[in-house]
Design a protein around this ligand. Structure first.
Ligand code: SF4
Length: 470
């Protein structure tokens, strides 16, 4: 039976509280920070998509320079707080730490990063100053990691930024698309507030591209436009029974959990989650934490080819989720319009396909899972229609860019998931930085002109027009 309000308030609170334990005290952080070898040519930096100077921020922790440490992190990654909670560090910085070669535990980089950034966000430290406004205006579409990272860099350079966001809160995927026990809604709000505290960035919420605003309009009113619109709707399974009540997509399921309150989210007794990426794990673990009695994850390949990390899989296993490897959904069976079972083809692995993984092939045998809810987590479609309607060149549905963020339309730039099809939050943050660099380069001639204009004001005019001396 699919029903909401399965648990007590205390159980919801416990199941969705922050999964990452911080250091118990300063001494515990110092012990770990002092283990760092401060490697020359540090491999951990190379594995960070935003190139955070990890040995530097760890060294700053050892001297109790937490403000300096937070500045080092945020200077490379303004979402450094959230990324310390959601980054798959086992395949990024921590996975490359030299201690792994010594068969010893790597430096807990994420935990140390959290140690500094949480304090900065909680205590509202003012770590950055923006240059005086240079009169240039940029529109950013999307207040997710790519959009806000781009906006922050631009604002630091004196550009006035207006962000158009279709939701009522900023943070994008961080706020709406990740398991609440990894990054809590209140932390997401604090992180967005921290980013905006720089000044020079205005967010217009409930403004959707293609509905409330158009690229043409933005081009007319701004000196440049940056698109960080993310990816679109969940992929369909295209199997019989997909329209039955009880079949949901993981993106919508996670979005509801983050926006409607845990007791209001309905979940089945027995749930099948199709897919084995991070979103599939987040849907499966949260279904269990909402009170589902049994959750089975269905994947058409074997554990060796899974898209999620081992750490993620371990969370799902610890939550009691079952794994059905080598099974591909064939049909959803229903009764009175509601899901009663999921029939899967049993697969075997064949030759390597275009993805670089062995291709799953049906064996001719099937397995039937008795379930009352099916959650689809097999990827997302790009916003192809929206992109086409606005005359933007696309690359198999995603926004096509050349030379780092430059689209086919003069003055329109793009980055993050709408370009790469959906990667990690930290990749989107770097894409936003790259976009800002491309925009600053594009605006340079106008920037110089505006600086000349500002400096041509007499002192009285400058005071009268509130223009700063540059
Ligand atoms: Fe420190 Fe490990 Fe990075 Fe070396 S690789 S600097 S030990 S965190």
């Amino acid at each position: 039976m699919i029903e909401s309000n399965r648990l007590t308030a205390e159980q919801y609170e416990q199941n969705f509280s922050d999964i990452h334990p911080p250091f118990e005290n300063k001494e515990a952080a110092l012990v770990e920070a002092n283990r760092c070898l401060f490697c020359y040519d540090a491999p951990c930096i190379k594995q960070c998509p935003t190139s955070i100077n990890i040995p530097k921020f760890i060294k700053q922790i050892t001297t109790d320079n937490i403000k300096g440490s937070a500045h080092t992190i945020f200077d490379s990654n303004i979402f450094g707080g959230g990324c310390s909670k959601v980054c798959p560090v086992e395949k990024l910085c921590e996975g490359s730490c030299v201690y792994n070669l010594l068969h010893e535990a790597p430096i807990p980089i994420a935990k140390l990063q959290r140690y500094s950034t949480e304090k900065a966000i909680r205590d509202k430290w003012k770590l950055f100053e923006r240059k005086p406004s240079n009169g240039l205006k940029v529109a950013v579409v999307g207040a997710g990691p790519a959009g806000l990272s781009c906006a922050h860099v631009l604002s630091r350079h004196g550009v006035d930024v207006t962000v158009f966001e279709k939701e009522s809160k900023g943070g994008g995927l961080m706020t709406y698309g990740i398991a609440a026990y990894k990054v809590t809604p209140s932390f997401c709000q604090d992180e967005v507030d921290f980013i905006l505290s720089l000044g020079g960035i205005e967010i217009k919420y409930d403004h959707e591209l293609g509905k409330d605003i158009s690229i043409e309009e933005l081009q007319k009113n701004y000196d440049a436009v940056y698109l960080g619109i993310g990816v679109g709707l969940a992929n369909k399974l295209n199997i019989p029974g997909e329209e039955l009540q009880g079949v949901e997509d993981a993106i919508g399921f996670i979005y509801d959990i983050r926006t409607k309150g845990y007791p209001n989210i309905s979940v089945g007794d027995r749930v099948a989650v199709i897919g084995m990426g991070m979103t599939a794990i987040d849907a499966a673990t949260q279904a269990k934490r909402l009170g589902a009695k049994e959750v089975t994850m269905v994947y058409r390949r074997t554990e060796a080819q899974k898209n999620c990390t081992q750490h993620e899989l371990d969370i799902a296993l610890l939550d009691g989720c079952k794994m059905q490897w080598l099974a591909a959904p064939r049909e959803v069976i229903g009764e009175n319009g509601r899901v009663t079972a999921l029939v899967c083809d049993i697969m075997t692995l064949g030759a390597t396909d275009h993805s670089g993984k062995p291709a799953p092939e049906p064996t001719g045998q099937t397995i039937t899972l008795e379930v009352d809810m099916v959650i689809k987590a097999t990827g997302q479609n790009p916003f192809t229609d929206l992109i086409n309607k606005n005359g933007i060149e696309n690359n198999r549905g995603k926004v096509a860019v050349k030379d780092n963020a430059v689209t086919n339309i003069d003055g329109v730039f793009a980055g993050g998931d709408c370009v790469n099809g959906g990667k990690e939050v930290v990749d989107a943050v770097q894409a936003g930085k790259d976009g800002a660099a491309a925009i600053l380069n594009f605006l340079q001639p106008k920037n110089i002109a505006s600086i000349h204009q500002l400096n041509s004001y007499s002192t009285d005019e400058r005071i009268a027009t509130q223009q700063p001396m540059l």
